[in-house]
Design a protein around this ligand. Structure first.
Ligand SMILES: Nc1ccn([C@@H]2O[C@H](COP(=O)(O)OP(=O)(O)OP(=O)(O)O)[C@@H](O)[C@H]2O)c(=O)n1
Ligand SMILES: [Ca+2]
Length: 454
């Protein structure tokens, strides 16, 4: 850009740089699909809270990257359209300075050849004009932590009223919101508990953000995202069947034939296949919300707890505290969850054929794909079971849950928190209030250097 010669030229470049917004790109490589996010912020204020916001989300067509394990090249190619879109959104002269990160979540945690998929993806990202900063599988703990940071950053919860800083004993860790993330292959719960200490080290995180300490509880349940939970449930129901299942978690009349081997393709469902005397599952829906809840309940093991309190599978969970934001895919709606019982039970009286029921539900939710609609009864019921039976959100606690798609213009997932952290945009200490903004400072510097050269 020719910004290397002479103090005056450097200062002028500095000034124009300060007025350009800056950009960062994060790809969320989820188990069911990949989204590319473009974030923007005013360079001059990058360490302030709440200034970074999402300006674009591009949904990658096709499978999540873990779905290309048989043909890893395709994982990279699938990202090309969204990378092109990002080139249109970010001004060309800023491409080379714009960082791009890819974080893969639970689908890739479950894949034994994740490295090969990541290499293919890396090839595509390196060939873009952006500043490639890495493609990796993030841990469940990171996913929970960054989701919590995103929600609280966007809700403005890290802002401190100035006078409180002189009264450190009044500072409390309250005032943050907990984060619940319901994915396809894993689910996370993260919040600041009242109870101290956090009994299990692996569930404990410490942050210092904007001059304040936070002790945060987090846990990621691998295999308890919606798609894997359905497999867990089916595998459990199968044990007592002859290959035909009358399933209360599907609409009445719904039919699905599955190869048993497709059910046992990852470590979530470890045993059982060999013992089954049949190779296919014939599933027939008979929608019944209450019975569906009972079959789902079986995948939460609550028989042992080595701590003072647990969620399920012997995992520590302190008493729930404060407000919670649930980040659900924006295409999911709260109606979908709250309508679960209706979705399962509806039309039982009528001799419902698959087509009939799907047409009914489709008319109600015309924008949702048939693939999702067919699992609509299970999805809603599963979310309710996880929150109520898994985490213990009682009737009163329900009031503290908010279903968030977006906060302002930004999606409430883990990606923003990830980028803020990797670009060092959330300082540990509160940035000192500057008597002059950066821009005014550079302006004065230019003035004085130009008067010197006269
Ligand atoms: N209208 C929609 C949109 C999504 N889904 C489903 O919702 C689940 C969660 O989607 P998402 O949050 O996008 O999960 P991923 O990020 O892909 O998975 P993970 O975070 O576990 O890697 C997936 O099973 C997806 O198929 C759905 O049932 N209905
Ligand atoms: Ca996700």
């Amino acid at each position: 850009m020719g910004c290397t010669r002479g103090l005056l030229t450097r200062c002028l470049c500095g000034i124009t740089g300060l007025f350009y917004p800056q950009y960062g790109i994060v790809l969320d490589a989820g188990s069911s699909h990949t989204n590319l996010y473009v974030y923007e912020w005013p360079a001059e204020k990058e360490n302030d809270t709440g200034v970074v916001h999402q300006v674009e989300v591009c949904k990658v067509e096709g499978l999540g990257i873990s779905g290309y394990s048989q043909d890893t090249e395709k994982a990279g190619l699938s990202l090309q359209r969204c990378m092109k879109r990002a080139q249109e959104v970010v001004p060309e002269h800023q491409h080379r300075e714009t960082p791009v990160y890819l974080g893969a979540t639970a689908g890739m945690r479950l894949l034994s050849i994740a490295d090969r998929v990541l290499s293919a993806v890396e090839k595509t990202l390196r060939s873009s004009p952006f500043n490639f900063q890495g493609a990796r599988v993030i841990s469940g703990q990171e996913e929970g932590a960054y989701g919590w940071i995103t929600i609280n950053y966007l809700l403005g919860n890290f802002k401190q009223p100035g006078w409180l800083n002189f009264l450190p004993h009044l500072r409390s860790s309250r005032g943050t919101s907990g984060a619940l993330d319901l994915g396809g292959a894993s689910t996370q719960i993260t919040f600041v508990p009242d109870q101290e200490p956090i009994e299990s080290q692996e569930n404990s995180l410490h942050f210092r953000l904007y001059g304040k300490n936070y002790k945060v509880y987090t846990h990621s349940f691998l295999c308890y995202g919606k798609d894997q939970a359905l497999r867990l449930k089916l595998a459990s129901d199968l044990q007592a069947s002859n290959g035909s299942l009358l399933d209360p978690c599907f609409h009445p009349g719904y039919l699905r034939i599955m190869n048993i081997s497709d059910l046992y393709t990852n470590p979530c469902i470890a045993n059982g296949e060999q013992q089954l005397p049949f190779t296919q599952l014939h599933l027939q829906g008979n929608g019944d919300y209450q019975r569906c809840r009972m079959t789902i309940q079986k995948i939460f093991n609550t028989s042992h707890c080595p701590y003072s309190s647990c969620s399920f599978n012997g995992i520590f969970l302190p008493p729930l505290q404060g407000e919670f934001g649930v980040s659900l895919d924006a295409r999911y709606t709260w109606r979908e969850v709250s309508g679960a019982s209706q979705a399962c039970d509806n039309h039982v009286e009528q001799q419902a054929s698959k087509v009939f029921v799907l047409l009914q539900v489709k008319a109600e939710f015309p924008k949702i794909k048939e693939k999702y609609l067919s699992e609509y009864c299970f999805s809603g019921t599963y979310i309710l079971s996880l929150l109520e039976n898994g985490y213990g959100f009682t009737m009163e606690k329900w009031q503290s849950i908010q279903f968030l798609g977006k906060i302002g213009s930004s999606d409430a997932g883990w990606t923003l928190g990830y980028m803020l952290n990797l670009t060092n945009m959330i300082p540990a200490e509160k940035p000192p209030t500057r008597p002059l903004s950066h821009a005014s400072y550079y302006f004065l510097l230019v003035l004085s250097s130009s008067s010197l050269s006269l």
